[in-house]
Each structure stands twice: as C-alpha cells, then as structure tokens.
Design a protein around this ligand. Sequence first.
Ligand code: GLN
Length: 384
Amino acid sequence: MDPKFADRVQSLQQSDIRRFSAWCAEIGGVNLSQGVCDQPAPDAVKEAAKRAIDDNHAIYTHMRGIPELRRAIADKMASFNGIQCDPETEVAVTVGTAGAFACTAMTLLNPGDEVIVFSPYYSYHANLLRLLGVEIVFVDTCPPDWRYDSEKLASAFSDKTRMVLVNTPSNPSGKVFSEAELREIAIFARKHDAWIVTDEIYEYITYGKKHVSVGSLPEGEGRTITISGASKSYAVTGWRVGYAIAPSVVCEKLSVVSDHLYICAPSPLQHGIVAGMTLPESYYQEMAEDYRVKRDMLADTLRGIGFEPFVPEGSYYMLAGFEEGRYRDATHATESILEGVGVATVPGRAFFRDPGDGEQQLRFCYAKKMADLEDACERLRKLG
Ligand code: GLN
C-alpha cells in the first residue's frame, strides 16, 4: 500500500549520526559517530534509580516532573548557571533535551516563522524545526575559533524572526559562546522581540573557557528558555531526562505540550537524576578533565595522520579537516575509514548550512571509555 506520507516527513531521512552508528555496530567497529557517551554512570545515580523501581515509583509523574527533581534543578540553575527560577512554575522536566526543544519549538513557532541558527549546527535541531514548517536562517561560525560576524547576525533578523537558537558548548564545533557574544545576541533578540532558546546540554564539559548561560544576563532576562538535561552530565543518554527553564506562562504551555506528547519523563529515572544532582563539584571537574585528556589524545592522533583537528573549547566532539584529494568527499571519507579500520565518524556535511563547507571535514566523538578510545586511535593511526 502507498503509505501516502505527510508532506512534513517527505524529505526527512535517517540522520548520518544514526546511519554510521548502526553500520559500525554491524561490523563491530569503534563508534566515534553518535555521541552515545558509553561510559559508566555514577553509582549514586544508578542506585537511586534502582531504589525508585523497588519503591514502586512506577506511575506517571506530574507533567512537569517530580518536585524533588524540579527543586534540585532550580538549585543547580541558581548555583551553576546564575539563573533564579521557581521550581513550581518555571521548571519542566522533559523526555530528554530533545523533548525540551521539541516542546519549546511547538509552543512558540508557527509555520513560516524564522529561527536563527548558527552553523555548523546539530542536525536534530534543524530537522525538528523543518518538521514544524519553520524557516531556518543560518549564521555561519568560522573555524578555527568559530566566531560569527556581528553584521551578518544583525542582517539575519527580519520581522518574521521569532527565535534565536544558541547551542553552547556547541555540537559539533565545540564553540563555547563568550559572554560578550551572548550579550550581543540577546540585545538583537530584544530589539526584534524574539525568543532565545539555548541548548546547554554540554554545560559541564568545557576546557578552561567559562560556560555562560544567556538566561543569567540582564539582556536575556524574560526572553530566554534554557534547556539542558542529564544525558551528558551523568552518562545516561538513553534515560531521556531533560528539562526546560522558561518564564512561567511559557513553561506552563510547553509542559502541556510535553504532557500531550509524552505524559512525563520515566519516573524512576527522574529519581536517579535527583541523586546525580547532589554530586559534589569535583565530580564535574573530574569529568571535564577526563574529556580534556581524551580530546588531546584524539587531536594528537588526528594530527599524526595528517588531519587538521579544530580543537574544541567544550562538548565532546571534534571536527577535523582532511586535505583535498585524500578522499572524494566527507561521505567517502567516513565510509572508507569505517570499512578500512573500523572507526565510525560523521561526514561534516551533515552539520553545515552549505553541506559543501563540510565536505573536507569529519566529526569525531570522544565520549568513550579510555580503552575504547585508545583502540580507536590505534586503528586510526593505520591511516597515517
Ligand atoms: N547528541 C548525540 C550526537 O550528536 C546523539 C544524537 C542522536 O543520537 N541523535 O551524536
């Protein structure tokens, strides 16, 4: 039977992130493609989730999440992000950060509205916006430091601009937006009466440059929705626990959207994350330091085989360029490396406004156990 797919999904394809991840599993390679973050979660987090199952925390939670988790999130927003929020009215626990973004976008955007997105960008953000019939206006950030041009940002705004999306630290470039940049973005957003949505899922993974939340700046006050989640901070990407911090009227509506889509995030896992949020500051410092060591190891390996890595300021991804002629294009490079030495990556073209800008680049994820990353590096060295 002809499935007669809806218009909105006609051009929707499986992401390259997923495609190469699945292919890698088939051949038993090392997956540096999808940011699966397959490292052990902290014991405290696992124990609390197990206890919650034993204690029969098995039914739907409040649509905005369990009160203990909302309180823990509000405390963390105050102490780490510098944002004061009311756990009763301004915090919504969602099904992952992707769920927080989907609910926010569905709450605020109509088809034909424009959203400003910095390129390179996370393809799931763009595809969700496309599903909603929203027009994306890209502003390029350029290597090696991934700065954007202020004039180009200014001219990206129009009377249809409803939202500016910021992802800091960024997937895939690893850019950590500076306070000055965030102030400027917020000033432009204010001038055009646009929302700022900021995905800060990698907020604890920075290497020296301070993570700043645009919602903590006076310029961003009242018009920022901050989204984040537990996936990367506690290595639980499959648990799907995220959250949005938003002015109460927006929070209320996006929670209703979340309720209609998902009802609630998994109850025992919300309890697990409450335990995660009591971990000391040293936990996050050690995690970032561990990623710094892995980042440097991967960057050295890539330099050693003639790639040019753009060493990230944050997140756990690294874009790296290869010289013209080495491979036909980024997809060919990905396929040839996967088939040749069993290491999966993502073609750079999946992340750029103009896919051509990413044809000489690959994205490598280094959120791996040390032994697996060492294995991947050893395999990559055979390409030298
Ligand atoms: N955020 C992760 C990545 O960029 C995982 C994404 C996913 O599976 N959609 O690889």
